[in-house]
Ligand binder design. Structure first.
Ligand code: GDP
Ligand code: MG
Length: 437
C-alpha cells in the first residue's frame, strides 16, 4: 500500500549524514511512484515532488535524527497542503440551513445524510429534518426512513410525488413550520454521470439555493472519483466533498487529488456503515494516515526545538581540538532527555514501537550515567585520561554505582570520542558513507 511504498522511499535516505541532491532525487522518485500507484494523477504527483525537492535541497540535517525523517516531515507538510491545509467547516447559516446531497448511486448519500443529521443533532445541538428526494425507487424512500428511525430523526417524504423539486421545497416548508433548523435533502443518483441526472439535481439546486451543496464520493473508486467530482462541480459548483468508505482498502489517491482538481475542500469522511462512522476531515491527520508513521512529525518538530545549532557547532570545534569531555557528554544526554521520556520517543519512531514492544525501557535510562558524571571533579570531566583506579573507586562510591559501571561508561566514552575524532578527519566523510551502508 501507499504507506509501505513511502516507507521504502524514505529508507533510501536512512544513514546519510546530509540530504544531498542525489539522494533526494532518488527518494522523490520513489515517492512519485508511490503516489501514482495510489491513483494520484500524474501531473499532480509530479508537481508535488518538485515542490518537496525545492524545499529539501539545502535543509540542514538534525544532529541526531536521520535525514529520512526530515524528508518525511517535508512530504507530510506537502501532503497536508495538497489536501487543503486547514479544516473546512460546514456552513450552518440560514434558518433553516439547507444542505443538498449529490453524487452517484451507491456513493453513500443516504447513509451520509443520516450520519450528518445525527452528527448535527448530537454534536452541534441542531434539530435536523431529512428529506427524501430519491423518487425512482420506493425502496430508497424506505431506506431513508429506516436510517431516520435508527437515530431518532424525522424524515419528510411524499411517496406518490415524482417531482424532486416539489418535494424538496415542501420539505423546507415543513421544516419552517415545525421548528427544524437544518434540512438535509437526499437525492437520487445514477450509476454513471448522465444528462438527466445532472439536470434534475441542477433543478433542485436552483430551487433550493442551499447553504451547503455536498458532493458524496466513494473513495474506493480512485481516479473515477476525481472525474465524477469534476462533472458534478461543473454543474453545481458544490461547496464541499464527502469521501465515503475510507474504512475499506482504499488507496487514498482520491483524497489527494480531488482538492487540486475541483479546488473544493473535503469536509467529512465516512468510515463505516454505522451512523457514528463520520469524521470531520483533517488534512494533516489524513497525511499522517497516508504516511502511516506514528507521530514522526511531532518527533522531528520537537527535535528541531531542542537541538540548538549553535551548540552543535561549538561541540564540533571541541571534538576537533580533542577537548570533548564528560561535561559535553552530559550536555548531550540532557539534550536527548529534554525531548521527552524514552518510551514516548521510541513510540514516535516508525517501526520502533513494534520492534521494541518486548524490550523494557527504563524511563531514566541515563540515571546511572548522570550520577557517575556528577561524582567526577571538574578536572576529571574535562580530562578523563587522569581517571585512574583510585579515582574510579571514589567515583563509584560517590555515585552509588559499582566500579564495573564506571568502567563501562569510561569505555563507552572512550569509543565515542575516538569515533567522533575520526569523523572529523579527512577520512570522515568516507566513514560516514560506510556507516550509512
Ligand atoms: P447512495 O446510493 O448514494 O444513497 O448510497 P447508500 O447510502 O445507499 O450507500 C451504498 C452502500 O454503501 C450501502 O451499503 C452503505 O451501507 C455503504 N456505505 C456508505 N457509506 C459507507 C462507509 O463510509 N463505509 C462503508 N464501509 N460502507 C458505506
Ligand atoms: Mg440513496
Amino acid at each position: 500500500n501507499l504507506s509501505d511504498k513511502l516507507d521504502k522511499a524514505f529508507h533510501i535516505l536512512k544513514g546519510h549524514g546530509k540530504i544531498t541532491e542525489i539522494n533526494v532525487a532518488e527518494t522523490l522518485k520513489e515517492v512519485r511512484r508511490a503516489l501514482l500507484d495510489a491513483d494520484v494523477n500524474f501531473k499532480i504527483a509530479k508537481d508535488f515532488t518538485t515542490r518537496v525537492k525545492d524545499k529539501a535541497i539545502g535543509e540542514n540535517v538534525l544532529t541526531t535524527l536521520q535525514p529520512g525523517q526530515l524528508m518525511v516531515k517535508l512530504v507530510k507538510d506537502e501532503l497536508t497542503e495538497l489536501m487543503g491545509g486547514d479544516v473546512a467547516g460546514i456552513n450552518l447559516s440560514g434558518n433553516p440551513t439547507v444542505i443538498l446531497m449529490s453524487g452517484l448511486q451507491g456513493s453513500g448519500k443516504t447513509t451520509f445524510s443520516g450520519k450528518l443529521a445525527n452528527y448535527l443533532k448530537t454534536k452541534k445541538n441542531k434539530k435536523p429534518l431529512l428529506v427524501a428526494c430519491d423518487v425512482y425507487r420506493p425502496a430508497a424512500i424506505n431506506q431513508l426512513h429506516v436510517v431516520g428511525d435508527s437515530i431518532g430523526i424525522e424524515v419528510y417524504s411524499e411517496p406518490e410525488n415524482k417531482n424532486p423539486v416539489e418535494i424538496a421545497l415542501n420539505g423546507v416548508k415543513h421544516a419552517k413550520a415545525n421548528g427544524f433548523n437544518v434540512v438535509i435533502v437526499d437525492t437520487a443518483g445514477r450509476l454513471a454521470v448522465d444528462e438527466e441526472m445532472m439536470t434534475e439535481i441542477a433543478n433542485v439546486h436552483k430551487a433550493l439555493q442551499p447553504q451547503e451543496t455536498l458532493f458524496v464520493v466513494d473513495s474506493m473508486t480512485g481516479q473515477d472519483a476525481v472525474n465524477t467530482a469534476k462533472a458534478f462541480n461543473d454543474r453545481l459548483n458544490f461547496d464541499g466533498v464527502i469521501l465515503t468508505k475510507l474504512d475499506g482498502d482504499t488507496r487514498g489517491g482520491a483524497a489527494l487529488t480531488i482538492k487540486s482538481v475541483v479546488n473544493k475542500p473535503i469536509k467529512f469522511v465516512g468510515t463505516g456503515e454505522k451512523m457514528e462512522a463520520i469524521d470531520v476531515f483533517y488534512p494533516s491527520r489524513m497525511a499522517d494516515r497516508i504516511l502511516g508513521m506514528g507521530d514522526v512529525v511531532s518527533l522531528v518538530e520537537r527535535a528541531q526545538e531542542q537541538f540548538d545549532e549553535e551548540e552543535a557547532r561549538k561541540l564540533q570545534k571541541k571534538i576537533a581540538k580533542n577537548e570533548f569531555g564528560f561535561d559535553d557528554f552530559l550536555t548531550q544526554i540532557q539534550q536527548v532527555k529534554k525531548m521527552g521520556n524514552m518510551k514516548d520517543l521510541v513510540g514516535m519512531i516508525p517501526g520502533a514501537s513494534k520492534a521494541m514492544k518486548d524490550v523494557e525501557i527504563e524511563d531514566d535510562a541515563f540515571k546511572h550515567i548522570e550520577a557517575i558524571i556528577y561524582a567526577m571533579t571538574p578536572k576529571e570531566r574535562s580530562k578523563p585520561s587522569i581517571i585512574d583506579v583510585k579515582r574510579k573507586n571514589r567515583i563509584a562510591k560517590g555515585s552509588g554505582t559499582k566500579i564495573e559501571q564506571v568502567n563501562q561508561l569510561m569505555k563507552q566514552f572512550d569509543q565515542m570520542s575516538k569515533m567522533m575524532k575520526m569523523m572529523q578527519g579527512p577520512g570522515g566523510k568516507q566513514m560516514m558513507k560506510m556507516m550509512g551502508k
